[in-house]
Design a protein around this ligand. Sequence first.
Ligand SMILES: Cc1ncc(COP(=O)(O)O)c(C=O)c1O
Length: 394
Amino acid sequence: MGKIPLLNLERQYEQIQEEAQQAVCEVLASGKYIMGENVKKFEAEFAQYIGVDYAVSVGNGTDALVIALKGLGIGEGDEVITTPYTFFATAEAISFVGATPVFVDVLTDTYNMDVSQIEAKITDKTRAIMPVHIFGLCADMQRINEIAKKHGLFVIEDACQAAGAVYYGQKAGALADVACFSFFPTKNLGCAGDGGIITTNDEKLATICKALRAHGSGEMGEKAYNLLNNIDAEVEEDVSADNTVYNPKKYYNYLIGHNSRLDELQAALLRIKLRKLDEYIQNRRKTAQRYTEALKDKYIVPVEEEENMHAYHLYILQSENRQQTIEALDKAGVAAGVYYPVPLHLQKCYTDLGYQLGDLPNAEYLSHRTFAIPMFPEINDNEIEHVIEVLVKE
Ligand SMILES: Cc1ncc(COP(=O)(O)O)c(C=O)c1O
């Protein structure tokens, strides 16, 4: 048996090779590489999959967060409450729009925000709560939405790790005012490069996000400008935005935006993989079930909550002797990874926020104990059993 990696994208590609090559060649032959049919269709298909009215594709998950924040009008002087136990982009997006991330500690079993600590952090500057469905398990969205409603705050789901997760019968991405996904190759739904999407039921927000992803220009820019300035005017919308048609309106700018579009090649691949996403998640869950059954007496394993279906982007264990365990895995040809070694409040770039060691003890504790083991839909039984054997012996 060769080394067992944390994930194996080659195997995933093998399963869709024929279909993917055909789709990619069709895009190449079409000459439409930006904002063509695949992007439009993927947005409609993804919105339907999640169960929302609008899906606005963008260049990556980080831009999805930035554009969603800007779309809600969050910026300089505002505060956004979030978790320190996440990938950096969550807080980076908040800082990028000029707002301040305010960190709330996490729970040591679900790794999600401890919602009982949120209200104490709300000030007159707080505009939004940004929970992260970390590792593929949804945060306590019922309580978060209740708190947000009580205090007049927006809720932005960072669903970058949770495509396919289900919470009380609804998909992650349909649980708040707006949600953001990443299609980075390692994600549950990954493309062959960078990609991201914003989902919402709010038509006005979707229009503003569509404008912001492409320089705030053209028909979308004008439409968004009118909405933001209460101007009641018809804007003709059916001029093509793809790269094959000269559109004079493109050179009229209404908002200061971004160049952050999902391209046709990625959209064509994502359309194929979206059709397989539920199968991918079921395979992840089957592997997780086997891991948990075999490892629960020796390690702290992920929690399974009723009505909160874990999508197992990562399978995380806790060990007091993490380094020793990782070394044993490595010796036996099994990859492992540490998510996350430094909680965000202690990252050097956030020194100015003034947090001290000890401020968010659970996130700090977890940063010394957690590690991920191989988890991907195509992992086979022999590989699963080998990973278990090494961990049980260790
Ligand atoms: C929780 C979380 N938020 C945001 C991002 C940013 O997504 P991207 O890498 O596509 O910019 C990621 C993944 O990379 C993530 O895991």
